[in-house]
Design a protein around this ligand. Structure first.
Ligand code: TYM
Length: 359
């Protein structure tokens, strides 16, 4: 039986890039699980990873709101569907994540963490900001360096077999697999019958790469759609109203060639519109391009896309708006999620402590 785990940082309401890149796949996995016979059903865990958010400076009131918003988003997307749905929970409400991260820290080579692209890009940013090549060492925190170890703990804590993520996470997943193997070898524990060495506590997880391509910014087709990009029209949030959607799509940067063709290399702006359309309509990008090949194709495609998006996000928008007025209900869901996750997490930690000798 598969155990599936994935996490998302609490960065407020996600945009359609986050949705197509990650959350839509989570929804698909939940739908799939609902059709499986109960005794073969996947176990699913989806977590809002508040502890990871602390690796960059946070304002407490804002973090509190963004954690809650992200949790409400996951519930509004139906991920905790009673028919075989996932355990949706806050990582920071299950203390075993931090505990296991510590155990993993003790088998993690520091030079491995220094080779991580996330760490290296942080270094590069600081170097640029400071113009001379000297980096202010006080800006390089241990927590940021250990970020991938905490991520490995998230995954291993649930004896996860599959981790659905985007390509940007592959390096972290590689580290997670290695740490699981190193730990299993260092602390094999005892066989269940007590006779001889065990095989170690952790299952080695496989990465399940999202098939959907990275969605680009609507203002700059060469950059990815990003939360932190300053231009508000560069991204569409899942909560945007139909009129906001229409005006953002209308102003999306394309090119001056007449008619729509599928050519992501030379026409990245048009390609983004086609990918988003395809992501929400299910029609292939080539087919959509074909339908809008006429001279005023781009304007017509934009019109239809605004329609497809408004329709595609409608039920989410309504459910999210409703949930936001249901404080008590959401707090209850948070408690329930943390309790269910914790049950599994505690069982694993008991085995880890027994294998290590801290029991
Ligand atoms: P995060 O919060 O940055 O992103 C969540 C998921 O979204 C994917 N993603 C994208 N996919 C396609 N196109 C994009 N433009 C795009 N932007 C983001 C990411 O690949 C990811 O799957 N470190 C993780 C959070 C995490 C985690 C975990 C994930 C913590 N613990 C354990 C899996 C398992 C992160 O920062 O994701």
């Amino acid at each position: 039986r598969r155990t599936i785990f994935s996490g998302i940082q609490p960065t407020g309401v996600p945009h359609i890039g986050n949705h197509l890149g990650a959350l839509a796949q989570w929804q698909k996995l939940v739908k799939e699980a609902a059709t499986q016979p109960t005794d073969q059903r996947d176990s699913l865990f989806f977590s809002v990873v508040g502890l990871h958010a602390l690796t960059v400076p946070q304002v407490p009131a804002q973090l509190r709101q963004e954690r809650r918003d992200m949790f409400a988003v996951l519930i509004a997307l139906g991920l905790d569907d009673p028919a075989g749905g996932a355990v949706v929970f806050h990582q920071d409400q299950v203390p075993e994540h931090a505990e296991l991260a510590w155990y993993l820290n003790t088998v993690t080579p520091v030079n491995r963490l220094m080779r991580m692209t996330t760490w290296k890009s942080k270094l590069a940013t600081l170097r640029n900001a400071n113009s001379e090549d000297e980096v202010d060492d006080s800006m390089l925190q241990l927590g940021l360096m250990a970020y991938p170890v905490l991520q490995a703990a998230d995954i291993l804590l649930y004896k996860t077999s599959h981790v659905p993520v985007g390509h940007d996470q592959s390096q972290h997943l590689e580290l997670c697999r290695d740490l699981a193997q190193v730990f299993n070898r260092a602390y094999p524990g005892r066989r269940p019958d007590g006779k001889g060495k065990g095989k170690g506590v952790f299952r080695i997880p496989d990465v399940m790469l999202t098939t959907h391509p990275r969605i680009q910014s609507l203002r700059n087709p060469l950059a990815k759609m990003s939360k932190s990009a300053p231009h508000p029209a560069s991204k569409i949030f899942l909560t945007d109203s139909p009129s906001e959607i229409r005006s953002k799509i209308k102003s999306a940067v394309t090119d001056s060639t007449a008619g729509v063709t599928w050519n992501p290399e030379d026409r990245p702006g048009v390609a983004t519109l086609l990918q988003v359309h395809s992501g929400y309509s299910g029609e292939s990008v080539e087919q959509i391009a074909q339908r809008f090949s006429g001279p005023s194709g781009i304007a017509e495609l934009k019109e239809e896309l605004a329609e497809v998006l408004s329709e595609g996000l409608k039920s989410f928008r309504a459910e999210f708006a409703r949930l936001r007025t249901e404080e008590a209900y959401l707090r209850g869901k948070e408690e329930e999620g943390a309790r269910r996750a914790r049950e599994a997490a505690q069982a694993t930690m008991r085995q880890v402590r027994a294998a290590v000798g801290t029991d």
